[in-house]
Write a new protein. Structure first.
Length: 380
């Protein structure tokens, strides 16, 4: 009988200084700093610097990185033209995946595999993925995309590029907090995919395309979209109890956004996002979606099935409410996840290259042995 663990549960592929995910205690630490502290105080660019350089930046270093990302966040005209040829109802993650692949044609370091080149590409791609996401939101609505401003940080630039207006502080702060919370999360599926790709000697653009394709799945980055569609299906606060009983207690469905492969305690990111989504809901004057989500979570936490299995809301659950309150289209939630995870992906790619060994796990064969060959005409 094979002793292999399905889904590689509990297996480590090596060491990393980037983040500690403690699912038993519900803790997440980026290079020594608690996620709660970073979400409360840090700009996304500070966390980018932390992951890339191993320490928080001083004021000069932060401004240099912010300026470098903003300076390099533009996308070539050829890629903008390509975006405009896509079907307006195309999957937003498929659009992002294809556009990032196309960026490689116009990157001067595309086929340069040195560590210096990787760092330059990391700066460019971190800004460019945000610009592509904002551009697609406008293009599919028949609006002209906007170029990033060189005076703004990444969160403010995203809000500016989707609205065309001076970015409001409330929206910028919410996007920044979301991006900080989603920046890095250990050896998750998309990060693993990026490291496998670059371990073969392939380039950073290919590794990021691998990560985006992996994040696209509903069991990974697409879960926040599924969570919001679930809340929209419930529709009204007074429907929560009946929906829970019909679909969860007496049905075979699961609550999207509750439960996590790693966390057996409350996801610390979910706790922060619950507070943010509640504050945004109050500020917007529309508490409905927050109350639907919160009441559903309370029902689950009081139910024996969820108690016995240590199932709590994860980061996707309340992030869906926060993004929807900011008028982000539901199918754009996952591209925002990708925007946020760029710092983590690129940091892992660089870490892999610095001490690379081809990632090539084995598999236990459980098929038949000793079968005799039969000519085609003798086979049933």
């Amino acid at each position: 009988m094979s002793q292999a663990k399905k889904g590689l549960d509990g297996l480590s592929i090596g060491d990393s200084r980037l983040s500690l995910v403690n699912g038993t205690e519900g803790k997440l630490i980026y290079s020594g700093y608690k996620i709660e502290d970073l979400a409360a105080h840090a700009l996304y660019e500070e966390v980018v610097y932390l992951l890339w350089e191993g320490k928080l930046p001083n004021a000069t270093e932060l401004e240099q990185l912010r300026a470098a990302i903003a300076e390099n966040a533009g996308i070539p005209d050829e890629v903008l033209t390509l975006l405009k040829t896509f079907p307006k109802d195309a999957n937003a993650m498929a659009v992002l995946r294809t556009a990032v692949s196309a960026l490689a044609f116009y990157d001067p370091d595309s086929e340069n595999y040195s560590l210096d080149a990787l760092r330059r590409k990391a700066v460019r791609l971190t800004g460019q993925v945000t610009t592509i996401s904002a551009a697609w939101m406008r293009i599919r609505k028949g609006q002209e995309p906007l170029a990033p401003r060189k005076d703004l940080n990444l969160s403010a630039n995203f809000v500016y590029m989707i609205t065309g207006a001076e970015p409001a502080a409330t929206a910028v702060d919410a996007i920044n907090a979301y991006m900080v919370l989603l920046t890095e999360h250990g050896m998750n599926a998309s990060t693993f995919a990026s490291r496998v790709t670059v371990s073969t000697g392939s380039d950073m653009h290919s590794a990021i395309v691998s990560a985006i394709g992996t994040l696209k799945g509903p069991a990974h980055g697409g879960a926040n979209t599924e969570a919001m569609l679930q809340f929209m299906e419930i529709g009204e606060v007074e429907n929560v109890d009946r929906w829970f009983n019909d679909n969860i207690k007496n049905g075979n469905r699961r609550i999207m956004g509750i439960g996590h492969r790693v966390y057996k305690a409350l996801d610390p990111r979910a706790a922060v996002l619950r507070e943010r989504s509640e504050a945004l809901a109050k500020a917007s004057g529309n508490m409905k979606w927050f109350l639907i989500a919160d009441n559903l979570a309370k029902l689950a936490r009081a139910d024996q099935y969820f108690i016995e299995r240590n199932l709590y809301p994860n980061v996707d659950y309340f992030s869906a409410i926060a993004l929807y309150t900011l008028d982000i289209d539901v199918d754009m939630f996952t591209p925002l996840f990708a925007m946020s995870r760029m710092a983590g992906w690129t940091a892992h790619i660089i870490e892999q290259v610095e001490s690379n060994r081809l990632i090539r796990p084995s598999v236990d064969y459980v098929g038949p042995l000793g079968l005799a060959w039969k000519p085609l005409e003798e086979r049933e």
